[in-house]
Design a protein around this ligand. Structure first.
Ligand code: CUA
Length: 654
């Protein structure tokens, strides 16, 4: 019975894809002519020299980075590398940032970034930081919104795929990390057939409110399901975090069938304030672990990586009132909490309806000890007793919900490829618009917070077919911007994105813009290898290790003639940009460098490791167009044979 229902859904899914993409040009023209008014164009037009009203902080998905766009223009401003090396900025290539990509598995130059999440104060995005999760080798990262640099990465132990992450609590007390793939906890060499016996889930709470001190506050060991998404309570439900789960069947193979058998899976409701009490009372197990904490210091301009060795673990069986399961139909994907904190929306991705749970009813049921059953010490609440209502959407495959500032909710439907607008409280559908095509997440600025700005909605689509000029088999990914200020949603703009726009957050530009840094102070540069003036430029040899303390200012390096380097040397160029004006970066590269170039901001020091293998004269030059004499910003290095007696000399000018 269940299986045949699934087959029907899969059939409809296939048909939806075919109908939405197959005859693209005709449906497209109809759509475009409906849009073709100057009114729509003026709504996204930002005059040259003017600024956008919002930042959109969009995940790069499998590119492992985070990108900043303007709304409503859809213009791309900056790509911030997080979990992946980036040659444009030397992130993960220069010596300073390599430690950012260290893990218990060694140096990992890639990850699959999924969900950006802005820091909040009192439930409102505050513009301090953006967090994002690494899905593959479980990690969370902090991006500082004054420098737009990745400044901290924490590996998550005892997890196998960090998907339900990094969703924040109301004051950024914690960001969370729930394991998508259950694995042995702790890891162990066991048969995969022993899934039900040995595989567990981990729900991790990461302390996130102090830069440099990100740490696993505690982990909760839970049944071996797949934990998919999360959101924390707000207002009255502050103190709780909700995680969706699927695969309560605990299948370990062909999950598309075997993990879709149960009529209902669960939303895990975690009382994290109760968890804090248990931790404070010492009612936890300290377990051995091995996970990396990497921190980039904006004054030393360097990252350090530290391995952490233990983690505090809570077992629900030993911790009454720590967590509960709310039954939720049909393999729920997104779980979203409305701005008042009263409703918890579970989107069963194999369902047509959206299930809304009531926080008040949940508390009442808990107080009445009204439980269906208990699993591994976790009470399961009765579905009918916690249900607030359900939205008969008329769509198929609900995934994610965000909110506006007028009491409306907007849910994406992957299979029927649309956004459905409905009223929180009455559950009535009031509008729907198609997406091109197969929408996953959506974003409304502030739309998962207590105070949505509303105004715009960005749909992040999985399929782009026929929306742009073709570029071979691989097409750009696509986001679509809608105006949601009126009764009816209005499509304004398609814009391409870098990588996969997996999820996004949006924030009013005014909250972030005034704090954006223009330079790094040279006086405050605490890099151990900085040369803060040309007088400090020098070269030091220690065996075959050579340290070049170099400076750069428009339009020369100091020194720019170097002799005495030998083939086989390890040469560290520590290059300091002496400029103290906004927008005056310089670059550095030397022939034969086999890692990357450097891109150095005013007042910053970066290091390139160069290992010349062949004798000869090597030019080096500035890679960033910096002045009318940028082409003159260059120098020479002489590389002599190993064992040569050429003296180490360096100079600038005659
Ligand atoms: Cu400095 Cu170009």
């Amino acid at each position: 019975m269940k299986k045949s229902a699934l087959n029907i859904l899969l059939f409809v899914f296939g048909a939806a894809i075919i109908s939405s993409c197959g005859n693209g040009s005709s449906s497209n023209n109809a759509n475009n002519s409906a849009l073709g008014s100057s009114d729509v164009a003026s709504k996204v037009y930002v005059e040259p020299g003017e600024h956008d009203k919002f930042y959109a902080v969009i995940s790069g998905g499998f590119s492992g980075q985070l990108s900043f766009y303007g709304l409503p223009s859809g213009r791309l401003f900056r790509v911030v590398p997080v979990f992946s090396q980036d040659a444009e900025k030397a992130y993960g290539y220069n010596e300073e940032t390599k430690p950012m990509l260290n893990t218990s598995h060694g140096f990992i130059p890639w990850d699959d970034a999924h969900h950006p999440e802005l820091s909040q104060t009192d439930g409102v995005p505050d513009g301090r930081w953006a967090f994002i999760n690494g899905n593959n080798t479980p990690r969370v990262a902090r991006v500082d919104l004054t420098t737009f640099e990745t400044t901290e990465i924490l590996e998550i132990p005892n997890s196998g795929g960090n998907h339900s992450s990094p969703f924040t609590t109301e004051n950024t007390e914690y960001i969370v990390a729930g394991t998508r793939f259950s694995v042995p906890f702790p890891q162990a060499d066991v048969s995969i057939d022993s899934y039900k016996e040995n595989f567990k889930g981990a729900l991790t709470f990461v302390k996130a409110d102090a830069p440099g001190e990100m740490d696993v506050a505690f982990q909760i060991i839970v049944p071996g399901y797949d934990y998919d998404l999360a959101h924390s309570g707000k207002g009255k439900s502050h103190g709780w975090t909700f995680f969706t789960s699927y695969n309560t069947e605990q299948a370990k193979t062909l999950k598309e069938v075997y993990a879709s058998q149960n009529d209902k899976d669960f939303i895990a409701a975690v009382n994290w304030k109760k968890a804090e009490e248990y931790i404070a009372a010492g009612n936890y197990t300290e377990m051995d672990a091995n996970y990396a904490h990497n921190y980039y210091d904006e004054y030393t301009h360097m990252a350090t990586s530290t391995m952490k060795k233990t983690v505090k673990v809570l077992n629900p069986a030993d911790c009454p009132e720590l967590m509960y399961y709310l039954p939720c139909p049909k393999s729920p994907h997104g779980v979203d909490v409305d701005p008042t904190g009263s409703y918890i929306i579970g989107a069963g991705k194999l369902s047509a309806d959206i299930t809304v749970h009531s926080f008040d009813k949940m508390i009442e049921a808990i107080n009445n000890q009204s439980f269906e059953t208990e699993i591994d010490g976790i009470p399961v609440l009765k579905f009918d007793e916690v249900l607030a209502g359900s939205v008969s959407s008329g769509g198929l495959g609900p995934l994610h919900t965000e909110f506006d500032d007028k009491g409306n909710a907007y849910t994406t439907f992957f299979i029927s490829s649309e956004v459905v607008k409905w009223k929180v409280g009455t559950w009535e559908v009031v509008d729907r618009v198609p997406c091109y095509y197969s929408v996953g997440h959506l974003m409304i600025p502030g739309g998962d917070s207590k105070k949505p700005w509303g105004k715009y909605l960005v749909a992040m689509n999985k399929i782009t077919k026929d929306r742009y000029l073709p570029t071979g088999p691989e097409l750009t990914h696509s986001a679509q911007l809608y105006d949601i200020s009126g009764e009816k949603m209005q499509l304004l703009l398609d814009f391409p994105t870098v990588g996969e726009p997996h999820y996004a957050q949006g924030i009013a530009a005014d909250v972030v813009k005034p704090n954006s840094k223009k330079i790094y102070s040279l006086a405050e540069n605490a890099h151990p290898h900085a040369a803060k003036s040309e007088d400090e430029a020098r070269i030091e040899r220690n065996g075959n290790e050579v340290h070049v303390y170099m400076t750069m200012i428009r339009s020369h390096f100091a020194p720019d003639n170097i002799e005495g380097i030998k083939a086989g040397d390890k040469v560290y160029f520590h290059v300091t940009n002496l400029e103290q004006d906004w927008d005056t970066p310089h670059g550095f590269s030397v022939m034969g460098a086999n890692n990357s170039e450097l891109l150095i901001m005013p007042g910053q020091t970066e290091t390139l490791l160069w290992e010349p293998k062949q004798v000869g004269i090597y030019p080096f030059y500035c890679t960033d167009f910096c002045s009318a004499l940028h082409q003159e910003m260059q120098g020479y290095i002489r590389v002599s044979p190993a064992g040569s007696s050429v003296e180490m000399t360096w100079s600038l000018g005659e």
